[in-house]
Design a protein around this ligand. Structure first.
Ligand code: FES
Ligand code: FES
Length: 125
């Protein structure tokens, strides 16, 4: 199995790892078959994602995908961030081995959940 240099780079030195206290939005997804979990925390001001952090127990591909995903949505509006697809993330990484594609979906799904969490809290205000 081959990882691109970009994947290795983001795996060895992932960006935006951690937790945000009192996040504007939070999303958690798990894959029940393997138990891998992905959590995303976002901070939003005026519908712009000013900070984002992730935490995962997933594999190298999950870490690299999350690292790239968080970079791609930081500074974007929530609408733009909702359009992020795992296809875009994989492109950005220069490809992932086919058996690892599902790992990049974890990040995308967790981001969408976090944004929906933010939007539903906003509506409730
Ligand atoms: Fe669980 Fe990849 S094996 S998400
Ligand atoms: Fe489970 Fe990649 S996150 S194998």
């Amino acid at each position: 199995m081959q990882y691109t240099e970009k994947v290795m780079e983001h795996f060895m030195n992932p960006h935006n790892v951690g937790v945000i206290e009192n996040p504007s939005g939070y999303g958690k997804v798990g894959n029940p078959s393997c138990g891998d979990i992905m959590e995303i925390f976002i901070k939003v001001e005026n519908d712009i994602i000013t900070d984002v952090k992730f935490r995962t127990f997933g594999c190298a591909s999950a870490i690299a995908s999350s690292s790239v995903s968080t970079e791609l949505i930081k500074g974007k509006t929530v609408e733009e961030a909702l359009k992020l697809t795992n296809k875009k993330v994989v492109e950005e990484l220069g490809g992932l081995p086919p058996v690892k594609m599902h790992c990049s979906v974890l990040a995308e799904e967790a981001i969408q959940l976090a944004i929906n969490d933010y939007l539903s809290k906003k509506e409730a205000k």
